[in-house]
Design a protein around this ligand. Structure first.
Ligand SMILES: Cc1cc2nc3c(=O)[nH]c(=O)nc-3n(C[C@H](O)[C@H](O)[C@H](O)COP(=O)(O)O)c2cc1C
Ligand code: SF4
Ligand code: SF4
Length: 248
């Protein structure tokens, strides 16, 4: 069983590429909405695939893992998608899983296109395509290693210490919508946190803090969402796996 979380599709692409035929892929955002935390694995392997945010674990993933009740778990692995580096994120996850009696045997970062439009410009299309090609190849080798149940310990430190900083950076007050909005409601439907409510045809950020997944800002079909002063000329990123679709 593979648990994934994805704002802009990279981690969904990774989870799908790694899954065996008929292996269940569970969206942690949907599971959390349904309060589905109990799973009986019957010795089956368990995987966690999600993006790194600010060198730490996304709040939604941490919350899900802390509530998770998984029984009879086999081999456990994690793949953390990133635009550069994951710091100690997988070691932080390993510690949280250990509290649940789950030993994380294998952890790896996976370099993919960076979606952090809050901080940087999205890379040019050619670079994105090269990164996706590289990720596809890397996923093939990760898949082989996972089939052999290889051991690759989680490494690094400080991800837990960086978590409060990430939460401080996750305030929604800087989001705003411009006149190009076509009132489709996609941003509200795609928000994993239920932080956006459509009011008079336009999104309103109704929660003061969110996951900071960048789904709303990157996946708006007309780029009507901005965050503070910097995002106007930074482009937007959506993994091709989500193009043409509403939901992850
Ligand atoms: C708020 C935020 C913070 C991020 N921080 C990091 C980071 O610390 N290191 C990194 O390499 N990538 C960082 N990224 C990039 C994402 O981890 C990366 O693009 C990931 O593959 C996105 O996955 P998704 O498409 O499944 O949402 C960040 C992205 C966001 C939105
Ligand atoms: S996704 Fe974009 S266009 Fe659609 S309602 Fe949200 S801001 Fe408006
Ligand atoms: S408001 Fe936007 S960035 Fe925040 S959780 Fe919702 S979709 Fe993600």
């Amino acid at each position: 069983m593979i648990f994934y979380f994805s704002g802009t599709g990279n981690s969904l692409m990774a989870a799908k590429a790694l899954a065996r035929e008929e292996e269940r892929i569970v969206d942690m955002a949907s599971a959390r909405k349904e309060q589905a935390y109990r799973y009986v694995l019957k010795g089956e392997r368990i995987g966690f695939v999600f993006p790194v945010y600010c060198y730490t674990i996304p709040s939604l993933v941490l919350d899900f893992v802390r509530r998770l009740e998984a029984e009879d778990v086999g081999y456990a692995f994690a793949v953390v998608t990133c635009g550069g580096g994951i710091g100690g994120t997988s070691a932080f996850l390993a510690k949280e899983l250990k509290k649940k009696g789950i030993a994380l045997s294998y952890a790896t970062p996976l370099l993919m296109p960076d979606n952090a439009v809050f901080y940087y410009a999205i890379k040019p299309q050619a670079e994105i395509e090269a990164l996706l090609e590289g990720a596809k190849k890397k996923l093939e080798s990760i898949k082989e290693e996972l089939e052999k149940e290889e051991v690759k310990p989680a490494r690094g430190a400080f991800a837990k210490a960086l978590y409060p900083m990430y939460r401080l950076l996750s305030k929604t007050e800087a989001f705003f919508v411009t006149d190009v909005c076509v009132h489709c409601g996609l941003c509200a439907r795609n928000c994993p946190e239920g932080a956006i409510r459509m009011t008079e045809g336009k999104p309103v950020w109704q929660k003061p803090i969110c996951v900071k997944c960048a789904a709303c800002i990157n996946r708006c079909p007309v780029a009507a969402i901005e965050y503070g002063k910097g995002t106007q000329k930074r482009g937007r990123y959506v993994n091709p796996i989500l193009k043409g679709g509403d939901k992850a």
